[in-house]
Design a protein around this ligand. Structure first.
Ligand SMILES: Cc1cc2nc3c(=O)[nH]c(=O)nc-3n(C[C@H](O)[C@H](O)[C@H](O)COP(=O)(O)O)c2cc1C
Length: 339
């Protein structure tokens, strides 16, 4: 009725224009509301402010111990590295124990990593600062039964031994590698990995992922410097794969996060594909803020319509190297069967 009446007053072209405008404003409104909903969720539940729940405290503890375990596996070990982090970790573990007890498995592992840090420095006869020693002794008193963890020592042959085995053995054998030789990865192996990763499932098969493979060390180093999470090993990267996702294939407010979901699925599939091709890899975050995103876009020369998912530092591993243990939760912590 309204449409008929309107068409008698205004020409069809103006009617279509007004209809499009209305759709635009409605979509804009609902999109804002959806992002506002996300914003409030993140504001309320993320660990962006004081860590006031056991989950937030453990998240913090894992993040910090992981930096220490990574440091223990670096190609060129830096004695005395991260002492402030160790002190902070000791404090956080003690605070956690005081509030929630000492039975959390990631908490226990954090203490074990602290003990490994100490044992490793002892074995090198390296004297830690007195404050670090005190804090380590302090945490030891809180958890006297725990022993030092040990990061994984492996070889190139052992690491790829199960690259063609059954899925369980294959999956158990993949890990982030942060040590590469200067040898070139054959481009054919990289191409095969990219082909295999195309098997990733995606919403309505829209395959939003895009990759950029950087082969020149100067450009790789520039990008990795901006990424920032690869100190101690990034400079050994032989090829760098930047994974992005194209926003143009998604629509409406309910698909606002689909690029990250499908892009994430692709990233994991690519890691497995690289492992199958015996290419060692470490996935690196592209979690940025607007200014950094702009800088990274400039360096990587990605399209405006794409968003960053992650980057993957690739190389061939040396004969002997270490891998961070990255302890996983038991399945009853992260999984629930509902009956
Ligand atoms: C999205 C994402 C971002 C990551 N960013 C980094 C990074 O910036 N630097 C790094 O050394 N490792 C990074 N990692 C690797 C994780 O530390 C690693 O996957 C985790 O500890 C599990 O170990 P695993 O890969 O050996 O199984 C990242 C992993 C993911 C999934």
């Amino acid at each position: 009725m309204i449409k008929k009446a309107l068409l008698q007053i205004v020409p069809n072209s103006i009617y279509i224009y007004l209809k499009d405008k209305k759709k635009f404003f409605l979509t804009q409104k609902i999109l804002r509301k959806s992002y506002d909903y996300d914003y409030k969720k993140y504001l309320s539940h993320s660990d962006s402010f004081s860590p006031n729940t056991s989950t937030k405290m453990i998240g913090n503890i894992i993040k910090t111990y992981h930096t220490i375990e990574k440091g223990l596996t670096m190609p060129e070990f830096r004695p005395g590295f991260g002492q402030q982090k160790v002190i902070e970790l000791c404090h956080n573990c003690i605070n956690y124990i005081k509030k929630y007890g000492d039975n959390e498995e990631q908490l226990k592992y954090a203490v074990q990593v602290i003990l490994e840090y100490k044992t490793f420095h002892n074995s090198l006869n390296f004297a830690l600062q007195p404050e670090t020693e005190n804090e380590i002794q302090n945490i030891r008193n809180y958890a006297p039964a725990l022993t030092a963890s040990s990061q994984i020592e492996t070889t190139d042959v052992l690491y790829f031994k199960n690259a063609e085995s059954s899925f369980d053995e294959f999956s158990n054998s993949r890990a982030s590698v942060r040590n590469f030789t200067g040898k070139d990865i054959p481009l054919s192996s990289l191409t095969e990995s990219l082909k295999l990763a195309q098997n990733t499932p995606s919403a309505c098969n829209r395959q939003c992922w895009r990759t950029y493979v950087y082969t020149q060390s100067e450009q790789i180093n520039e990008i990795l410097e901006e990424q920032g999470g690869n100190r101690g090993f990034g400079h050994l990267t032989n090829k760098l794969i930047v994974i992005t996702a194209e926003l143009g294939v998604f629509n409406r407010h309910y698909e606002r996060n689909q690029a990250y979901i499908d892009g994430g699925l692709y990233a994991m599939n690519l890691l497995y594909s690289l492992h199958f091709q015996k290419i060692a890899a470490c996935i690196l975050n592209c979690s940025t803020w607007p200014e950094k995103d702009v800088e990274l876009r400039k360096l990587c020369k990605i399209k405006d319509s794409e968003v960053f998912i992650a980057m993957v530092a690739c190389g061939l591993p040396p004969q002997k190297f270490k891998i961070a243990a990255s302890k996983r939760y038991k399945i009853d912590v992260t999984n629930r069967f509902i009956s």
